[in-house]
Design a protein around this ligand. Structure first.
Ligand SMILES: Nc1ncnc2c1ncn2[C@@H]1O[C@H](COP(=O)(O)OP(=O)(O)OP(=O)(O)O)[C@@H](O)[C@H]1O
Length: 258
């Protein structure tokens, strides 16, 4: 079930390095939010903090609040592993388990959680592969290795794997950066389908992609080298790309820097 995210005064650190300063933003459910901004401004760091993947890096820590439908995912009583189950992630490079079958790749998370009913696992695999627009291409080779698929198919397999556990939110970190234009369009179409069921946050370097797929866009920037990244503005995507309220956003989207 899609849930909303509210980020409140989030500060992110790598050891002593203050990477992201005081970010507050809201992501409504069944909505695509794009993070854009120049390299190093903290987009991926903020994304990873939304499902507590940031703290997996030694020395990395977060201060502030990330609320999922009002519940703080950083509360001391919350298990980070369960957070990562409800807030799934798709990475830049498709990372299927290469020798594992296509079907087993999709249900890997469920099996890990203890589901052993073959029939149920088959049903979930089909449903998730249909949801990721991959079923027609792989239904006759479900027992073949995931590593044998094309890059675009592998990325859709990873999306199928992420949605098979029925998360509330899907985080995508430049999911098309390793893909050709046709596969990229397939993923963009898929994002439009997925937002009917999930809340989606996507980091992208491609501004046309942000304009095509997202409902709202967050522009991040750096005040200077060695300075923390910060959120400059978040608004409807149409407005960010036509009439942003901040000059820095306008300079960036019009290609004057970044
Ligand atoms: N594992 C890490 N250890 C230390 N510093 C890191 C680590 N990952 C990122 N950083 C630093 O944090 C800052 C933000 O990096 P981040 O990758 O979030 O930016 P980004 O906007 O996603 O960049 P890009 O668009 O180039 O991917 C940068 O100064 C970066 O060097």
């Amino acid at each position: 079930m899609a849930k909303r995210i509210d980020v409140k005064d989030l500060n992110l650190f790598y050891g002593k390095f203050h990477a992201v300063d005081g970010v507050s933003l809201a992501v409504p459910p069944r909505n695509v939010t794009a993070f854009i901004g120049p390299s190093g401004c903290g987009k991926s760091t903020v994304l990873r903090s939304l499902n507590r993947m940031h703290e997996v890096i030694p020395g990395a820590r977060a201060e502030g609040k990330v609320l999922l439908d009002g519940e703080d995912i950083y509360a001391s009583t919350v298990d980070p592993v369960s957070v990562r189950r409800t807030i799934g992630m798709v990475f830049q490079r498709p990372n299927p388990f290469p020798t594992m079958s296509i079907r087993d790749n999709v249900v890997a998370g469920l099996k890990l959680a203890g589901e052993g009913d073959r029939k149920k696992l088959d049903e979930v695999a089909e449903q998730a592969l249909r949801g990721a627009n991959l079923w027609a291409e792989v239904k006759d080779r479900l027992t073949r290795p995931g590593g044998g698929l094309s890059g675009g198919q592998q990325q859709r397999l990873c999306i199928a794997r992420a949605i098979a556990v029925q998360p509330d939110v899907l985080l995508m970190d430049e999911p098309c950066s390793a893909l050709d234009p046709i596969s990229t369009l397939a993923i963009e179409d898929l994002i439009q389908e997925l937002k009917k069921d999930f809340t989606i946050v996507i980091v992208t370097h491609n501004m046309q992609q942000a304009a095509r797929v997202s409902d709202q866009t967050a522009f991040f920037n750096l005040a200077g080298v060695g300075q923390p990244g910060r959120l400059v503005e978040l608004d409807d995507t149409e407005r960010i790309f036509s009439n942003p309220s901040q000059k820095a956003t306008e300079d960036y989207i019009s290609g004057r820097f970044g």
